[in-house]
Every structure is written in structure tokens, then in C-alpha cells.
Design a protein around this ligand. Structure first.
Ligand SMILES: [Fe+2]
Length: 235
């Protein structure tokens, strides 16, 4: 499981090298393939090339699609963020734009007899960000309202695994853009057996300077390089 790659292809490649996804039944991607990193085409192509991927779109992908449709971008408001959305929509190859457009907002499937839902935010709202510290009542509500025994989510960029009312809530963290001051890539492995569900989270060093070089090649100011090097939000 991985998500929030945010066009950070060197981080994605490092995860691939470490984990060898060919050995798994599924690659589950919780969305936000694009924006803020300099490699949106390479990142999307990686997912296009893998048949075992269950991918959804995230809110940054949704905004790129809005621009591609010629619609006005309402959010984010800050110019240093907006510039990355417009740049991504300009550099995106048409076939990668089409792939992004083809992705659903959420997905579900069965692994054996276990039902699994994949959401960017939550089943109710792709923009919602759930944290381990989010009110317990919200987890109870989500456990009660959805038919999924496992709910895999992204968006908050915070890795966690919580079991509430028998439902497993899992966030693999952000593969490409962590916010906690640790720039390493975050992802997780889900293992299912007839009587057990286990989740293992990983943090993995990747060649951040390759990402920084990509930013420099496109003449982006240093604030973006700092964000990736430090594993912090843009502001
Ligand atoms: Fe994200």
C-alpha cells in the first residue's frame, strides 16, 4: 500500500527496489499521484505499467483535471502552490492526463472473503484528512456506515493502523511528501490470512537530491527543494 506519491518518482523507485511489488497480489494506491514533485509523467507511467494496481485519484489529481478541463482553480489560494498545479497540467502528456481522468474517486474489492475499501480522504469525502488523533466518534461512524472490513486511506500523509469496532483503518503515509520532519518515503504492507490481518509500516531513505535536481531542471525556487529535503509542508 502506498499513496500521496506527489510526483516524487525517485521515492517511488526506491520503494519498488526495496519491496519488489511483483511479489504481492496487489499494489494499492490511495491517490495524489501528482503535484509538488517534478516527475508527474514518470510517476503516472509507473502505475500505468502495472496491472496489479488498484489506484484512485486524490484531491491534487482532481485539481489538475479541473485545469485540464479549462475550469478555474479555486484552491489552493497561495501562489507558490498554484504554480505547481498549472505546471503539472502543462507538462502532463495527454495519455497520462487520460489515465488520471480514468481513475475512480474510490475503489473496493475482496481479498478472499475480506472486503476492502480504498479512499483518498474517507468514504464520505475525498478531502477529509483522518489522523490517529481524529475523534474516536468519527472512526465509529465510519466503521458503522461502511461495509468494508478494511478501509485504506491517504490524504493526511500520516501513517497509522487503527482497529475500531473490528474495522481496520490504515493509512500508509506519504510515499513522496511526508510532513513530519522526516523526509523518508512512507509505505505499508498488508498481509491477510484466514485468521489474521497484519500491517507493517516502513520509512525508507531515497535519493532526495534526484528530486531536487528535477526541480532545479525546471527552475523552481528553493522553497520546494527545502520541502522535500526536510520532509515538511510548503508553509
Ligand atoms: Fe497528498
Amino acid at each position: 500500500m502506498l499513496g500521496d506519491v506527489h510526483a516524487n518518482y525517485p521515492a517511488l523507485k526506491a520503494i519498488e527496489k526495496h519491496i519488489n511489488p511483483a511479489g504481492f497480489d496487489y499494489i494499492i494506491n490511495t491517490g495524489d499521484l501528482t503535484v509538488y514533485g517534478p516527475f508527474p509523467n514518470e510517476t503516472i507511467q509507473w502505475f500505468r505499467d502495472r496491472e496489479k494496481c488498484i489506484s484512485i485519484r486524490g484531491n491534487t489529481d482532481q485539481r489538475v483535471l479541473r485545469i485540464l478541463k479549462g475550469k478555474r482553480l479555486k484552491r489552493p489560494k497561495k501562489e507558490e502552490k498554484r504554480v505547481m498545479y498549472f505546471w503539472t497540467s502543462e507538462i502532463l502528456l495527454p495519455e497520462n492526463g487520460s489515465f488520471l481522468k480514468s481513475l475512480p474517486e474510490q475503489a473496493s474489492f475482496y481479498a478472499g472473503n475480506i472486503s476492502i475499501g480504498v479512499f483518498h480522504g474517507t468514504i464520505d469525502d475525498p478531502d477529509e484528512a483522518l489522523f490517529p488523533s481524529s475523534p474516536e466518534a468519527r472512526f465509529h461512524q465510519l466503521a458503522k456506515a461502511s461495509p468494508y472490513q478494511i478501509q485504506i486511506m491517504g490524504n493526511s500523509h500520516v501513517p497509522y493502523h487503527k482497529i475500531v469496532d473490528g474495522v481496520h483503518f490504515i493509512n500508509p503515509g506519504s510515499a513522496g511528501r511526508m510532513f513530519d520532519g522526516d523526509p523518508r518515503a512512507s509505505f505499508a504492507v498488508l498481509r491477510l490470512s484466514s485468521n489474521d490481518i497484519t500491517v507493517e509500516h516502513f520509512r525508507l531513505s531515497y535519493p532526495v537530491e534526484e528530486t531536487v535536481r528535477g526541480l532545479k531542471d525546471h527552475k523552481f525556487p528553493d522553497i520546494y527543494a527545502k520541502m522535500f529535503r526536510e520532509g515538511r509542508k510548503l508553509n
